[in-house]
Design a protein around this ligand. Sequence first.
Ligand code: DAT
Ligand code: MG
Length: 148
Amino acid sequence: MEKTFLMVKPDGVQRQLIGEVVSRFERKGFQLVGAKLMSIPRELAEQHYGEHKERPFFGELVDFITSGPVFAMVWQGENVISTARGMMGSTNPKDAAPGTIRGDFGLTVGKNVIHGSDSPESAEREISLFFNEEEVVAYDKLINNWIY
Ligand code: DAT
Ligand code: MG
């Protein structure tokens, strides 16, 4: 089953949106298979956002993501990578539709509440950056019979 890496960013943790975010993905029918509250070491932040290294906002981005704890998660389900991106909304909250997480809770691109992998390759890369194999738990959920 497809897996993705999702993370409530430091602004979302401070604004007490962990439960709101988790609840949205739970109610959608996705399955939480890994989660932890953690502070991101600078080196991990630079690796995670490596694709943006040459962008002018890279320094600010790394400062922000290391500015407080994040809630890192692995979620599983059919098409979870692209569906979660849709549920997050556009990168800039001013363009994000109402009903999406960024549309409902964000105002500025710097503090947009949530991160989510954008492709199967980035999902695999980001899950292994943040989680050991034994921290991702395989388990049956009987309610999946009512979802699939
Ligand atoms: P996303 O988080 O939707 O995958 P991204 O990968 O393009 O977006 O960028 C990563 C993060 O960097 C994004 O969530 C917020 C920040 N960011 C993106 N574009 C920015 C910009 N033009 N100015 C400031 N921060 C930006
Ligand atoms: Mg991205």
